[in-house]
Design a protein around this ligand. Structure first.
Ligand SMILES: C[S@@+](CC[C@H](N)C(=O)[O-])C[C@H]1O[C@@H](n2cnc3c(N)ncnc32)[C@H](O)[C@@H]1O
Length: 259
């Protein structure tokens, strides 16, 4: 098996069962190009659904200040959460543990793939907040900061808006670490800041370019339980995603505000 996503690959044994994978070495073997091609080389219907949920949520629940500090935790090879936050952010921090992914992101922002325009069209269509942004990838490039970081070391109270897509449940098999990662992400936001977090539902692990990665099998109740201590006005949406592989049952997107 050559290319993959936590969403699109075969179930597998966990590689990073070690608590927090302290060394982080498996993430240096994350094949960003393969991951991008399999998942973001074109706009898929599940991502289009997620974009609608998240862009509409931020439209109705705009961060204060208007142009604040945004964070996307664990961007990997995915630029669309950052693009969704663009109208609300003077700075977008891409907070990524893996050098391989940080390096890929820097190169991608220099010479972006054309497929991001499919994502941008879905994000911006019918939402006036995006109208002033004519060159989204150039604008993102100008506002971005690619930062080396570990979700388990995030400082609290820093950001005005945040996203974390397919990270907390896709970096560990342990429910306590999934919860901790989710809570530390929300805690990194300032009080009342809006957020969106996407999760694989009932995932049993995934393979990227032959390398196996872990997953924690979670459902809507697990997401609610993880968020309850730190977030309010939480909605967990189930997103249909069929036929990609065995070993998962759709996706979930949680929206809400930090308590
Ligand atoms: C399954 S990928 C998700 C990528 C992307 N967010 C997406 O939507 O497809 C998980 C990402 O989390 C990153 N990651 C792994 N451990 C992390 C940690 N402790 N802190 C922050 N990011 C981490 C990985 O390098 C990878 O980019």
């Amino acid at each position: 098996m050559s290319e993959s996503h936590p969403r699109s690959m075969s179930p597998s044994a966990n590689v990073a069962d070690r608590p927090e994978d302290v060394s982080g070495f498996i993430w240096e073997r994350f094949n960003s190009d393969a991951y991008f091609t399999a998942n973001y080389g074109r706009l898929r219907s599940d991502d289009a659904t997620i974009i609608k949920i998240v862009a509409d949520y931020f439209k109705k629940n705009q961060p204060v200040p208007d142009l604040g500090q945004a964070i996307d935790v664990g961007p990997g090879a995915n630029l669309y959460p950052a693009l969704v936050m663009l109208p609300y952010a003077s700075r977008v921090t891409l907070f990524e543990r893996s050098f391989a992914n940080r390096d890929w992101l820097a190169r991608e922002l220099d010479t972006p793939h054309g497929s991001w325009w499919q994502f941008w069209d879905a994000i911006s269509a019918g939402r006036s907040a995006y109208d002033p942004i004519n060159k989204p990838l150039e604008t993102l490039h100008g506002r971005v900061r690619i930062e080396r970081g570990n979700v388990f070391s995030l400082e609290p109270d820093q950001y005005d808006v945040g996203t974390m897509f397919f990270v907390a449940e896709s970096i560990t098999s342990r429910i306590d670490e999934f919860q901790r990662a989710t809570r530390l992400f929300v805690n990194a936001l300032k009080r009342n800041a809006p957020f969106a977090a996407a999760f694989m539902r009932l995932s049993s692990g995934y393979v990227v370019a032959g390398e196996r990665f872990p997953a924690c099998s979670i459902d809507e109740d697990d997401v609610h339980r993880a968020l309850a201590p730190v977030a309010r006005n939480v909605t967990v949406h189930r997103v249909r995603s069929k036929g990609l592989r065995p070993g998962y049952d759709g996706m979930m997107v949680a929206t809400g505000r930090r308590k």
